[in-house]
Design a protein around this ligand. Structure first.
Ligand code: CP
Ligand code: NVA
Length: 301
């Protein structure tokens, strides 16, 4: 029997993703109401982190506790993975012991390899190519504030990075129009864009992307692993800050999102991220609720 992994949004069907949105909000209401629901009693999530994290670790760990299970936090430096044990062997061993595995790493090929050797579901907690759990939370947040995102106009402002790639997948799966504004040389790869030209437009002008948008999204200019490029990127992205002026080009009820952590004064001005159109704290909270729905889907169906 093949195992259902969640490495990108394309691993679930549009119908499954929509059902997940509904279930995430239902689990959120139940949690607020103090309802105890423990379908994952005695189940264990192994979490392999090769990059730093606040939200991903805390939300997955809390999700497992609230669902009655347990999570184990693994750093490569503390495991044999850090001393060169092959990914294939680590995947084989971990998946004979735990019930589900979350991996945050650099190369997307590494998590793909891991999943090929895993007997249990593998969840992508961020790679250089994708951050699908964050997109689940972003979509849940949009649905909760504004209803269905189908047919809406979304503007991505900034780097053509892992979050940007996941927005491309989201545009396909949730059927919205995505305009990506990057500096020259920082576009997402042609390979990914060319498969999605029905949903995605590229520009080098943030104003063009923001015009009439229903949602404006940005992310850091230098992602984890690109720290040495910080200065060069600050120069290249100089005109790509999401400011009130840029927000004013969007619909008046447009939302602002950022996966966090954010750098006020770089990719976003303080008055935007701390302003009335920003829903960044809901996005962060929804990581918990939507990942509970995801874990339930992967382990209970
Ligand atoms: N947004 C997000 O994934 O945050 P962390 O890096 O803190 O997990
Ligand atoms: N693009 C960022 C997202 C962090 C959650 C990074 O990869 O560092």
């Amino acid at each position: 029997m093949s195992v259902q992994h969640f490495l990108t949004l394309i691993d679930l069907s549009p119908a499954e993703l929509r059902q997940l949105m509904h279930r995430g909000s239902e689990l959120k209401r139940d949690q607020y109401a103090g309802k105890i629901y423990e379908p994952l009693k005695h189940k264990v999530l192994g979490m392999v982190f090769e990059k730093s994290s606040t939200r991903t670790r805390i939300s997955f760990e809390t999700a497992m506790i609230q669902l009655g299970g347990h999570a184990i936090f693994l750093l490569p430096g503390d495991t044999q993975l850090g001393r060169g044990e092959p990914v294939e062997d680590t995947a084989r061993v971990l998946s004979r012991i735990v019930d589900v595995i979350m991996v945050r790493t650099f190369e997307h090929d590494k998590i793909k390899l891991f999943s090929e050797y895993s007997r249990v579901p593998v969840i992508n907690g961020l790679t250089d190519l994708a951050h699908p759990c964050q997109l689940l939370a972003d979509m849940q947040t949009y649905f909760e504030h504004r209803g269905d995102i189908k047919g809406k106009k979304v503007a991505w402002i900034g780097d053509g990075n892992n979050m940007c790639y996941s927005y491309i997948n989201a545009a396909r799966q949730f059927d919205f129009e995505l305009t990506i504004a990057t500096p020259e040389g920082y576009e997402p790869s042609q390979e990914h864009v060319s498969q999605n030209t029905d949903f995605v437009t590229l520009t080098h002008h943030p104003e063009a992307a923001a015009h009439n948008a229903d949602l404006i999204v940005t992310d850091v200019w230098a992602s984890m692993g690109q720290e040495t490029e910080q200065k060069a990127r600050e120069l290249a992205f100089d005109h790509f800050q999401v400011t009130q002026e840029l927000m004013s080009l969007a619909h008046k009820n447009a939302l602002f999102m950022h996966c966090l952590p954010a750098h006020r004064g770089e990719e976003v001005s303080a008055d935007v991220i701390d302003g009335s159109q920003s829903v960044v704290w809901d996005e962060a909270e929804n990581r918990l609720h939507i990942q509970k729905a995801l874990l339930e889907l992967l382990l209970c169906s």
